[in-house]
Design a protein around this ligand. Structure first.
Ligand SMILES: [Zn+2]
Length: 306
């Protein structure tokens, strides 16, 4: 047997820890495997520093590493910060007001297109490449359509807060009913300012009190933290046809990749060639046949490690 595939089987079966040129990260699931089909990825922070320098900024300005929440958000959703220079990543990891989001979106610019009955908005280069991918899919009798209408693409700050609450609120009710949170804790969590709410949710998740839609994993794999969505950056598109491998292949060919672990319909526009992603600090992780390109950092993936 070809040695790398033997290693892959041992790794996938949990017999052997992931090591060597694959990653030093501990094995996180039987269905998750690190890929060694690509070249050794550059460390994310190294690639990020380079990308930000070209944009005349630095990490301290966008996402202070001393803040554990913004660090976590950067490591979960940060792929957009190493995107091609034809697009504009946000000036911060976490927007805190609608006004700040509007200012960024107006400066970056966006265009609209009609997909069926829905109008979707994205940064111009992202939309152009999405349309190319869609045309290619349609030529093969397939299609690429927005999931949940206009919300599939550009979102504003308020949308991101509303979506956060759509996970946060039912999870509070559930954990209260389960006796894992007290009424006092729930009332206090509800009353916290958003940034602190996010911080405390991420802390609770370390104890197994998860806030994703199915309550089995981190809320960050279900919905972005308020103000932190790649949809706010207008570089994300939720695709109905995400289960079709050929659709995913066509999207990748046009610079659209999956970059948020476990958010299955969510695609991110990076505008880069897949073979170049490792040198931009991203590494591939395959989960049940879908390839995710995530920041190459040693990380834990709460709720995905069982
Ligand atoms: Zn999405």
């Amino acid at each position: 047997m070809y040695l790398p595939s033997l290693i892959m089987i041992l790794v996938a079966s949990g017999v052997m820890p992931v090591l060597g040129n694959m990653s030093t990260q501990p094995l996180i699931s039987n269905s998750i495997r690190e890929s060694n089909d690509f070249t050794e990825p550059t460390p994310f922070y190294e690639a990020l520093a380079k990308a930000l320098k070209k944009r005349k900024t630095k990490i301290e300005n966008i996402c202070p590493p001393s803040d554990p929440v913004s660090k976590r958000i950067l490591e979960e959703y940060g792929a957009i910060f190493v995107a091609d220079k034809k697009v504009t990543p946000p000036p911060v990891c976490v927007f805190t007001t609608e006004e700040q989001v509007t200012r960024f979106q107006d400066a970056a610019g966006f265009e609209a297109d009609v997909f069926g009955f829905d109008e979707v908005e994205l940064q111009p280069e992202a939309l152009k490449k999405l349309n190319k991918a869609r045309a290619e899919a349609q030529k093969e009798g397939l299609d690429i359509t927005p999931r949940d209408g206009a919300e599939a693409a550009r979102r504003n700050y308020e949308d991101s807060v509303r979506l956060w609450n759509s996970r946060f609120e039912p999870a509070l009710d559930y954990w209260l009913a389960q006796g894992r949170l007290t009424a006092e804790q729930v009332a206090r969590l509800r009353s916290l300012p958003l940034s602190q709410q996010v911080a405390e949710v991420l802390e609770l998740e370390k104890t197994g009190i998860y806030f994703s839609k199915d309550l089995s994993k981190s809320i960050l794999y279900s919905i972005a933290a308020p103000g932190a969505s790649q949809h706010i950056a207008m570089l994300a598109f939720d695709v109905n046809e995400f289960e079709n491998p050929r659709v995913r292949e066509i999207l990748a060919k046009h610079g659209w990749f999956q970059t948020v672990l476990s958010d299955l319909p969510h695609f991110t526009f990076l505008g880069l060639k897949e073979k170049d992603l490792p040198k931009h600090g991203l590494r591939s992780v395959e989960i049940n046949g879908q390839v995710f390109w995530i920041p190459n950092v040693p990380a834990v993936h709460p709720g995905l490690d069982k």
